[in-house]
Design a binder for this molecule. Structure first.
Ligand code: SF4
Ligand code: SF4
Length: 440
């Protein structure tokens, strides 16, 4: 018997949910588009939440949330074309939402700039901050100033160092850790208190001992950790001083902070380098990381890309590819940049879009005619919102992995592939990048 595809209302089939065709007439394809819309809204809600905390809102975004959620209520919308239009409109509204968040970050935290950071734990007491919320970090830095407590970013908080109003604090010592799926071990080894401002958090295992120094903000929560309702970090600071100096680790340096404002500032040089053939292709490799097998595809793809390619990365997917020496590329006029350009958090996909739009204007062609390939790793709903934004801009040929979303039915996938040539990643990143570059 086919699997149940919807259980949203009372008139389910024998009370167990509808299979094959809904009692109301809804088809699995309609439910699939409604799910894509709902998951896009969830992702957008996270960005909207951060933007609001930076003082940025837009009634147009609010209005769309109502409209889109209403469209998924039972017996409201049974038309695939109309649902697909709403899915695309969700993409456009997420573009506006990411713009609000970008503008909020730049206005409140300052204009980003490339910066060399120190990775690893240093002498003294310390607090680790993970998640995505820069306002929490700003508040914590204010409250720890002069207290002899160091602050470290973890995971997706690494881009915080590119903002002058955050890195101005000398006790923002550096970064510790990798992508979210390694936190059970990393939080254990860190030794000091951890503050999770948003996802992704994991539920500590019974053998984990850090619950009594694990704090979460607002709606972020795991059983046994302490929720901080407002922005009073005094319990965390008290715990850090109680624990005392952390065990220092080996230190290393890395350069991050190639925010869109930085790259747009280099636009002329970048265009020149493309025209001169020093840059043959831009590869956007990033998004969400995760523990599933098959994600090494992204490492193989990036590390086997020829030297005349530039790799733009963002989101925690960067941790899958960043521990490799990609070398540098000469933009001309004495300007040399790393081949791997870290643009920031998953929401900084907005920046990658602005760079692509600027290049398409400079070369007087469409984004799909640029020497540009998007190899996107997804995991959760923010990545769905970003994907819908890219599709709503008409971006074609996106490679998506490690697997295509299970909530997309084969018929709906056919529509998306027909319209946008959306492709699942292959098995072999080396082979695929050679194909992309036409050297296979
Ligand atoms: S909304 Fe339609 S498909 Fe879903 S459970 Fe109700 S009757 Fe079934
Ligand atoms: S980029 Fe996505 S998967 Fe990674 S930490 Fe953020 S929300 Fe989680």
């Amino acid at each position: 018997m086919s699997a149940m595809f919807c259980d949203q209302c009372e008139q389910t089939f024998r009370g167990t949910g509808c299979v094959e065709q809904g009692v109301c007439g809804k088809s699995p394809n309609m439910e699939s588009l409604q799910k894509i819309l709902l998951y896009g809204l969830k992702g957008m809600a996270a960005y909207k939440h951060h933007a609001r905390r930076l003082g940025k809102t837009d009634p147009v975004v609010e209005e769309f949330f109502e409209e889109a959620l209403f469209a998924t209520v039972t017996n409201v919308n049974f038309d695939l074309e109309s649902l697909l239009d709403l899915v695309m409109k969700c993409g456009q509204t997420n573009l506006r939402t990411m713009q609000l968040l970008n503008d909020g970050h730049v206005e409140v935290m300052g204009k980003p700039a490339p910066v060399e950071i120190t990775e690893g734990i240093q002498e003294g007491p310390g607090i680790l901050v993970t998640g995505h919320d820069m306002v929490d970090l700003r508040d914590l830095l204010d409250q720890t100033a002069g207290k002899g407590v160091n602050v470290y970013t973890h995971g997706e908080m690494m881009p915080a160092h590119m903002y002058p109003n955050l890195r101005k604090d000398p006790h923002l010592k550096g970064h510790y850790g990798d992508a979210w799926q390694k936190q059970l071990r990393e939080f254990e080894e860190f030794g000091g208190p951890i503050v999770a401002t948003t996802n992704c958090v994991q539920i500590p295992r019974p053998n984990n001992t850090y619950l009594d120094r694990f704090y979460t903000m607002r709606v972020t929560a795991v059983p046994g950790a302490t929720i901080i309702p407002g922005n009073d970090f005094s319990p965390v600071i008290k715990r850090a001083l109680e624990i005392g100096p952390l065990k220092p680790t080996k230190l290393k340096k890395s350069t991050i902070g190639f925010h869109q404002t930085v790259l747009l500032g280099l636009a002329d040089k970048i265009v020149e380098a493309v025209k001169a053939g020093r840059i043959k292709r831009f590869l956007v490799i990033g998004g969400c990381d995760g523990a599933e097998p098959g994600r090494n595809y992204f490492f193989d793809y990036a590390t086997n890309a020829p030297k005349d390619t530039v790799i733009l990365t963002l989101g925690c997917g960067k941790f899958r590819i960043r521990n490799f020496d990609y070398g540098t590329i000469d933009l001309g006029g004495g300007v040399v940049v790393p081949r791997l350009l870290d643009m920031g958090q998953c929401n900084d996909a907005y920046g990658a879009i602005q760079v692509a739009l600027a290049l398409s204007k400079a070369f007087n062609c469409g984004v799909n005619d640029l020497p540009l390939t998007l190899v996107i790793s997804w995991f959760e709903q923010k990545a769905v919102a970003v994907l819908l934004t890219l599709l709503s801009l008409g971006v074609k040929g996106i490679k998506l992995g490690p697997a295509l979303p299970a909530f997309v039915t084969p018929d709906v996938l056919k529509i998306l592939q027909g319209k946008f040539d959306l492709q699942p990643i292959g098995q072999d990143g080396r082979k695929d990048v050679a194909q992309t570059m036409g050297i296979a």
